[in-house]
Design a protein. Structure first.
Length: 293
């Protein structure tokens, strides 16, 4: 006699899953949301330098392909890899989620660099707009946590100051791309309505809030003269100089936010792109010379 057993487990109702341990829950949230897009030079035999790219989008839109072409165009002539991070966006994920995601991606890249034929001592962190702000926040984190080595930071029109009260923010309200009103929307999404401009905002969210800008890597900052972020970016560069930092600052006359992406063939855009490339080449040459000593 044959007895047939039917597995009814798939039809039985199931309750909610058991909760994660409170200390483990944030970790699994990052692991299930974070991804890295890795673009390496073809046939690279030796470890290459890399740009760790954080995309823009005002903290509220975009993915790891946003702005990637421009970073690859910068990296490819120098034989660099580009690793672009996918981070969670506000308002669904407020601070510290986005910057912690970006820091976790950098830590992973540094730990696995040799597997990817990347030199962990020659990683440049970079991004535009919100990505530049997050790059600056991650760099502060890496300094304060004794985290991964960062050779240099490339901050393109970075979004640094939640207070949104500079002269350039007031001048450009209602004008150009990403005016003061848009900026307020982005910061409120990241920090919560009414929090932007308050006294307790973390410097990892808004790097302009950092009291100490010493001990940071060589930095490139550029910004247009006709955009919201002009004054906060100039102030950040000035404070880094005052702290003994190495900073190259460019303010492009008449440039609006993202002008080099919207009009890449304009003379001013070509000048901006060339300045970034020249600076990046100097950072790589200096690091190569130092390692050869």
């Amino acid at each position: 006699m044959t007895t047939q057993t039917t597995d009814r487990s798939s039809t039985r109702p199931a309750g909610p899953p058991p909760p994660f341990d409170p200390e483990l829950a944030p970790v699994i949230e990052i692991l299930t949301s974070l991804s890295l897009l890795i673009c390496r030079p073809k046939d690279a035999a030796n470890p290459t330098p890399a740009i760790y790219h954080i995309h823009g989008g005002g903290m509220i839109v975009g993915d790891n392909r946003f702005g990637l072409v421009e970073m690859m165009n910068l990296a490819e002539p120098m034989g660099m890899a580009v690793v672009s991070v996918e981070y969670r966006l506000a308002p669904e994920t407020p601070h510290p989620g986005p910057v912690e995601d970006c820091y976790a991606g950098l830590a992973w890249l540094s730990a696995h660099a040799h597997e990817l034929t990347i030199d962990p001592d020659r990683i440049v962190i970079g991004g535009a707009s919100a990505g530049g702000g997050l790059a600056a926040g991650v760099t502060l984190m890496a300094r304060d946590r004794n985290g991964p080595a960062i050779l240099a930071q490339l901050l393109l029109s970075p979004m640094l100051d939640d207070r949104n009260d500079s002269a350039s923010s007031r001048q450009m309200r209602g004008l150009g791309i990403w005016d003061g009103s848009s900026n307020e929307t982005g910061w409120n999404a990241l920090l919560g309505d009414g929090v932007g401009g308050g006294p307790d905002v973390s410097p990892y969210a808004a790097p302009s809030r950092a009291a100490d800008l010493s001990g940071l890597p060589s930095t490139f900052i550029d910004v247009g003269s006709a955009e919201t972020f002009r004054d906060e970016d100039v102030a950040y560069a000035s404070r880094m100089w005052q702290a003994g930092g190495r900073v190259e600052l460019h303010v492009w006359p008449g440039g609006f936010h993202g002008f080099d992406v919207v009009a890449p063939h304009a003379a001013i855009s070509q000048d901006a792109i060339a300045a970034r490339a020249a600076w990046l080449r100097r950072q790589l040459s200096a690091s190569h010379a130092a390692s050869a000593e």
